[in-house]
Design a protein around this ligand. Structure first.
Ligand SMILES: [Zn+2]
Length: 291
């Protein structure tokens, strides 16, 4: 399989090419258009546990808070994944993350896959709870997802959840599993009327430079954070809500502890998401490519 930009990701060192500050500066200079997500369920397809938080964690937290405020105006309590079944068919359905692989291959040679599988499932559940969203785990073995297996596991779940919008990792992100999942969602969308496809970058922030010719900048959009009805009037309150959504994202990412710290005492132990990488996902907004 040829993976778009796979050679770029493979050739990039652990620190990455562009810092979070440099991205902030570049994105501020370019008038990136804003996109508001459709009313109705958002399903975020994550090839690995944590991709959903990195890509759209704040957006999902903000939508969850807005939904919660409008449905339960006196309650700060957010719904959790147990509400997915109840909200099927509701005009105000819960957003759902569909995690495709079990994440068991993140530390080959350091942590046994069966140990990592359990660890990452628990982390993904904690992260989803923090964001106030539903979670489905498809549990395909991590490392080398293929189109037939992903289609067979993912498409029936998308049929059932009937999303208005499906967001998936960008097909050009450079990671083979991100590419396979994006193509699978593209096939599901192509066979249906009315569902919107969005693709969010994860590893692009790591290997690309601002203006990079391998990135379709003209299709990049800043995701507009939803506002709850009670706070929509005041600008400062809206800022508060965005800050609050990013605080939920920060805590949801902290739930994925196995990716943030070394999992063994080996001197060259892997840290998948060191601080410099994490900060690229806290640029003050979240970002998607439109078709
Ligand atoms: Zn991933």
């Amino acid at each position: 399989m040829t993976v778009p930009n796979g050679h770029r990701l493979a050739a990039t060192d652990d620190a990455g090419v562009t810092t979070a500050d440099q991205w902030c500066e570049a994105l501020a200079e370019h008038a990136v258009r804003t996109i508001a997500l459709d009313v109705g369920r958002l399903v975020v397809v994550a090839p690995h546990p944590d991709d959903e938080v990195l890509g759209l964690g704040a957006t999902m937290a903000a939508r969850s808070a807005a939904r919660s405020t409008s449905r339960y105006p006196d309650s700060p309590h957010l719904p959790d994944s147990s509400g997915v079944a109840d909200s099927l068919g509701s005009p105000d359905p819960l957003d759902v993350v569909v995690c495709v692989s079990d994440g068991s291959a993140s530390h080959p040679g350091e942590v046994a896959p069966e140990v990592m599988r359990g660890r990452r499932q628990a982390e993904c559940e904690d992260g989803a709870r923090e964001l106030g969203i539903g979670l489905r785990m498809l549990d395909l073995p991590d490392g080398g997802l293929n189109a037939a297996d992903v289609d067979a596991a993912l498409h029936p779940v998308l049929d059932e959840l009937a999303p208005a919008t499906v967001a998936v990792t960008w097909s050009g992100d450079g990671h083979p599993d991100h590419h396979v999942c994006a193509e699978s969602v593209q096939r599901w969308i192509a066979a249906r009327e009315g569902a919107t496809l969005l693709e969010f970058p994860v590893w692009m922030w790591h290997w690309a430079r601002p203006g990079d010719p391998d990135v379709p900048w003209e299709r990049l959009r800043r995701v507009s954070m939803p506002r709850s009805e009670s706070t929509a009037a005041g600008g400062s309150r809206t800022e508060d809500m965005t800050a609050d959504a990013f605080a939920h994202k920060r805590r949801a990412l902290a739930a994925h502890a196995s990716q943030l710290a070394s999992q063994s005492d080996a001197p060259d132990a892997t840290v998948i998401l060191p601080p410099a990488v994490v900060e690229r996902f806290f640029l003050g907004d979240e970002w998607v490519f439109t078709p």
